[in-house]
Design a protein around this ligand. Structure first.
Ligand code: ZN
Ligand code: ZN
Length: 152
């Protein structure tokens, strides 16, 4: 069995994650590192099943527990879809701002990003709505729900 990491966690990301976990009184253990590497290697939101398939060294029970810890610490985000399986990805503040296409038939989730101009326009429209109600916006989440090309 290979002990090579699936993807490399660079120094900056390593420090960010270590810091987030430390604030939750947790450590960036080998098992948690393997999970982050699997998510990095996957490059898109993954179910726990897909994560376990990516790295056969991961044990299901500890992977579940570690995902809960990583999510609570703000390292990992859980995307809830219509099917029974939540998808996990590295939190946006550790990667980059993006949106999701969620298939309501198979539950598949695909990342997409808007170009800068479209993103700025969307952000301005959302800030306007929020300002009208005295709401202070910190970030937005926008996922499209529909049917993917495989299910269509
Ligand atoms: Zn995503
Ligand atoms: Zn956006």
């Amino acid at each position: 069995m290979s002990t090579e990491p699936l993807a490399t966690i660079d120094t900056e990301l390593d420090e960010q994650i270590t810091d987030l976990l430390r604030r939750s009184d947790q450590r960036f253990t080998k098992g948690r590192r393997a999970l982050v590497e699997a998510l990095l290697a996957g490059g898109q939101p993954m179910t726990i099943h897909q994560v376990l398939e990516t790295d056969t060294r991961l044990a299901q029970s500890s992977a579940y527990r570690n995902l809960v810890v990583l999510e609570a610490a703000g390292v990992v985000t859980r995307i809830v879809t219509n099917d029974d399986f939540a998808r996990y990805e590295l939190a946006e503040h550790l990667t980059h701002h993006h949106h999701h296409l969620i298939c309501s038939s198979c539950g598949d989730v695909t990342d997409f990003a808007l170009d800068d101009q479209a993103e700025a326009g969307l952000d301005a429209a959302l800030h306007k709505i929020a300002a009208a109600t005295g709401f202070t916006v910190e970030a937005h989440r926008l996922d499209l729900v529909g049917v993917c090309s495989d299910c269509d």
